[in-house]
Design a protein around this ligand. Structure first.
Ligand code: PLP
Ligand code: ZN
Length: 393
């Protein structure tokens, strides 16, 4: 079956594996709402939505991804300022929702007989891609910034991917890796690419399946905008299939030190790159989000909202998750709950609105597996480096 991808903004469509539209926006797969009638109820993972995924389950770890609990958590209501439920993404195999997209990306590459995948990440996505690839027997190339902290390298390195520390503009690397990957036959599954979005929209499918009543709002800590776009897409498809009556309000939360999408929301314009400061929530600190405009389009289409929260509020929410739910989350996930509180305080979320806070990533830190080999390569030599990597095995 030939897969097609389309642009939410200008409507153009292309054959996959193209990842970006001529207008510059990220592409997602064409919808097949009728497929949503064929959910495989025996499958206790994202693969129950196989009929609307671009590929079936690969072997190994990827089979265990998804079907995370949606917990009604009244003990958080007073703090949040509204009735809140938590989607526990920390329970995915490598501790974040990124596994949803990685499983589909790795599954697609494996099904194509293409044994090589890659990603540009120094955090959860890198760990997730490395782990899913390891289980499927695929080679994985992870491109990290040259100054990555050693303990983070260890958490990725334990799954034995090939890692290159790239010297150069890390923001440039996102698009360059997609171009180089297309030339060299490496499937790069970056944060807003069609395969990742296809997998990560299962978050929306699960919320709709689990909730006895659809929530009024879904709140997501946001960086690249890939997950938010995916959740919007998933709800659109459910609505088109007649499975839900209305799409919940899509609400996004960013760290105050790096909040390009929140700024564009406040200004009413397009998302522009920002000079980022430091934040504890490093997993949501993308100063130039590739799907910022797409995520913001989802917010606007659903009468949602975007807010930014400071590090003190983020750390307070991390503590609340621990002390009132017994859940260890990383700061980026805490930002989501801090955002629910901030939005409720600002009357952007009403006191009676049912809200789902997505706890995106675990706070149980992976200390890694000792020394990890990660040679430094100049960004301008990356083409040759990737060709050599492909040729080496
Ligand atoms: C990646 C990530 C996010 C942000 O997701 P985007 O798709 O990049 O917007 C939020 N929280 C955690 C824990 C993440 O790993
Ligand atoms: Zn377009």
């Amino acid at each position: 079956m030939s897969l097609r991808v389309e642009c939410y903004r200008c409507g153009r469509s292309f054959g996959f594996p193209r990842t970006r539209c001529r207008c510059g926006e990220g592409l997602w797969f064409e919808a097949r709402p009728s497929g949503l009638r064929a959910i495989d109820a025996d499958e206790d993972s994202i693969w129950r939505y196989r009929s609307v995924l671009p590929v079936g389950a690969p072997v190994g770890l990827s089979r265990a991804v998804g079907r995370t609990p949606l917990l009604r958590t009244p003990r958080l209501d007073a703090y949040a300022g509204c009735p809140v439920s938590v989607k526990v993404e920390t329970l995915n195999p490598t501790g974040s929702f990124k596994d949803r997209g990685s499983a589909v990306g790795v599954g697609w590459a494996a099904a194509e007989g293409n044994g090589r995948v890659g990603t540009v990440s120094h955090g959860n996505m890198a760990r997730s891609m490395a782990a899913c690839s390891a289980a499927a027997g695929l080679d994985c190339l992870v491109l990290v910034p040259a100054d990555i902290p050693a303990e983070r390298l260890g958490g990725i390195g334990r799954f034995d991917p090939s890692i290159r520390r790239v010297d150069g503009d890390y923001a440039d690397l996102y698009d360059r890796s997609l171009e180089i990957g297309a030339r060299s036959g490496v499937t790069f599954v970056n944060s807003d690419t069609p395969l990742r979005v296809a997998g990560q929209r299962t978050t929306a499918f699960e919320i709709a399946e689990h909730a006895d009543r659809m929530p009024d709002a879904v709140v997501l800590p946001t960086s690249s905008g890939g997950h938010a776009s995916a959740v919007w897409r998933g709800f659109q498809e459910l609505e088109a299939a007649g499975r839900i009556d209305a799409i919940p309000r899509l609400c996004l939360v960013q760290a105050r030190a790096c909040d390009p999408i929140a700024r564009a929301y406040r200004d009413g314009g397009d998302v522009r790159p920002v000079e980022a400061g430091e934040t504890v929530a490093y997993s949501i600190a993308n100063p130039d989000p590739p799907s910022g405009d797409r995520a913001l389009a989802g917010v606007r289409a659903t009468a949602g909202a975007v807010c930014s929260v400071g590090d003190d509020a983020i750390l307070e929410a991390v503590r609340r998750y621990a002390t009132h739910l017994g859940l260890a989350v990383e700061p980026a996930a805490g930002a989501g709950l801090a955002g629910v509180r901030a939005l409720a305080e600002a009357d952007e979320i009403g006191p009676d609105e049912d809200v789902v806070a997505v706890a995106t990533g675990t706070g149980l830190v992976d200390t890694g597996a000792g020394d990890v080999e990660a040679p430094v390569v100049d960004i301008d030599d990356l083409d040759t480096e990737v060709a050599a990597w492909v040729g080496s095995g």
